[in-house]
Design a binder for this molecule. Sequence first.
Ligand SMILES: Nc1ncnc2c1ncn2[C@@H]1O[C@H](COP(=O)(O)OP(=O)(O)OP(=O)(O)O)[C@@H](O)[C@H]1O
Length: 708
Amino acid sequence: MVLPNPADIRVVARVRPQHKNELEKDVIVSTATNDSGATVKISNPKKESETYAFQFSGAYDQTATQQEIYEHEISPTIKSLFNGLDVTIFAYGSTGTGKTHTMRGGKSMADRGMIPRFLSGVYRRARKIVKDSDAATKVEVSLSYYEIYNDKVFDLFESPEDRTAAGLPLRDNGGKTVVVGLTERPCESLKEFETLYDQANVNRSTGATKLNASSSRSHAILRIRVSIITGDTMRSSVASAIDLAGSEDNRRTENRKDRMVESASINKSLFTLAKCVEAISRGDDRIPYRESKMTRILSLGQNNGVTVMILNLAPVRSFHLDTLSSLTFANRTRKIEVREIENEPVFRGCSRPVPNLAGTTIQRQPLRPLASTVHNIKMHVANAGVDKPEKQLKASFSVFSDPKRNSHGAAKSSHPLTVARLSPLKRRAESSTYASRPAKRHAPGFAPADAQRSMSKQVIEDLIERKVSDILAARALDQPSVAPQPEISDEVQRRLDMLEKRIEGKDEGREQGLSFLLMGKQHAVRGEDTSALRMYRLAKDFFPDNTKLQLKIDKLQDKLREMKHEHPAQGKSDTESNRQTHTRAKEDRDSDYTAYSAEEDDDEGDDVRSRSKAQRRDRRPRGSSEDFVPSEAQVRRLLDIINSHDLKRIRRLKGVGAKKADMIMAALADTAGEGGTSKSFGSLSELGRVKGVGMRAVETMIAGIAED
Ligand SMILES: Nc1ncnc2c1ncn2[C@@H]1O[C@H](COP(=O)(O)OP(=O)(O)OP(=O)(O)O)[C@@H](O)[C@H]1O
């Protein structure tokens, strides 16, 4: 092992090209590269004549190609990977700045992203190694791919239907965080990779499409394990390529709870990431990695090896505040030091038969082989004459001594090494074992006695640790045990299931409620009162009896009414109007909004269609989006009209054309109760959820209803 060599995280900025609807005059980000380094410049949002400059390891302007970025930033990491270092490459930036384009890219050769190019480089190097060694050295590549969606981990190599609601658990393993039960697929060629990767990405986007999202709603992590095998030794290292979900303004999500929850979860994890980076830069003892799954997995600053962060930026003004905040974050990140520790080679030995790797149906691992494992180890230790082996083995093995077997006297009494039980968490943290895939990866078996003579104490430790991980991982999985279960009556089982569902439901609800609260707080701190109010109202559904929350809502409502009264034309704070400009630009990319605009066009004729989107948005009732605090009387009147089922009255509502009216009538018919009783809408958000209507339209309708 080479001595740990602290190096900074390499942060490179990439400015994406302008979209067609973005104007040259709105470009506010520029890059410059010279002998003193790479700089990104951006104007001060409050004073255009001033600029801020941020230094990075590399900076790429709008014209940079995928090939250039790959060649300069990513390709060199392949050498590190083959030298035994773990590699982490991740894209960071707000929604729509080009993260997925950079990492995954398009289908044409020129558009291919960093991930397929990286894999192509890996296979090329692997072929060269095999060729140069006259096939004495073998290289194995295997992949796992998962996403973190709403702070839950899902295997992307499995179809969404096979997911469990709770997702896969995480476990700490020798100082690294591993996902338990993740599929790891051997992958022998670039062609095979492309098939696997495309299929898995369908799994990712299918989840998103169901939720009507146009952008990545999850953090996607591809792990590429490269194992170089020569004789009996194998050295593995892992490259993680991460496409983070983009931070976003959650007002885009309107009142749709599913989108809100996603957005809250994305923002929360990115917020935690920023907190971690801040804590590391301050030199804090406690880094809040554990506050989100993404930060736990990314473990920035703890992930030994090479780390490259690609900071994706949009060039134009509508992203001004987000770009500044991303630049500040990235600037802190680049000062984080990581240790370049090589993974050590391990003894490989002969393999046992490979268990079925496909799917999630892993049975809990029987503990029987452990007894023989210990036996093997003892035999080897005796042969190899390792110093004080017994003491070490006692400690290691006792972690997974099986009480059942002990009670039968098979393992415990038959072997002197199985003594005191230790917590699995007390294992050595400094282990250099490569992050083992605990549940599904097949651990190599033990070698014949003559080969074992060359095993070092470290190798034994590694083998034991891997074995322990396997068993702990299998235990963590919610899979039926191979051991016979005691019979319980159907009735008891039914009641248990119900109880479990109730508890799960409560927890999920609470989590959602807390997310809304957190978002409310974030908006309130930024002075975005309307959005804060909206979040608090959503949180109220989850905490109906919370008087403190009600007080906050009342206060905000009063404040907003007052503001509206005093400044009917501009009841927004600076920050809010600023962010609104941004929000509008993002709306242009948002499918929900596009659908809305199109419908409006249908209703209002061709001359409207020819106007620009911006103009059309300006036609919205002033204050409708940000100051959307209708009075109770307005709400009641609107719902009365809708619930009248009277097409003519509904048609007369502001912004409701023939098409929208039809959609509302159809929804009313759809919701007709059993026995022909007519159903009605109980709230605006319910009305807003009607297909083809949307909250914007509801806001327009209500704006046309007199307040008194
Ligand atoms: N370098 C680039 N060259 C050409 N098009 C780009 C580039 N970067 C981004 N784009 C385009 O910009 C749009 C947004 O990019 P992309 O979806 O990659 O953003 P993102 O940051 O991943 O967004 P989200 O966080 O919402 O998933 C896409 O249409 C993409 O094709």
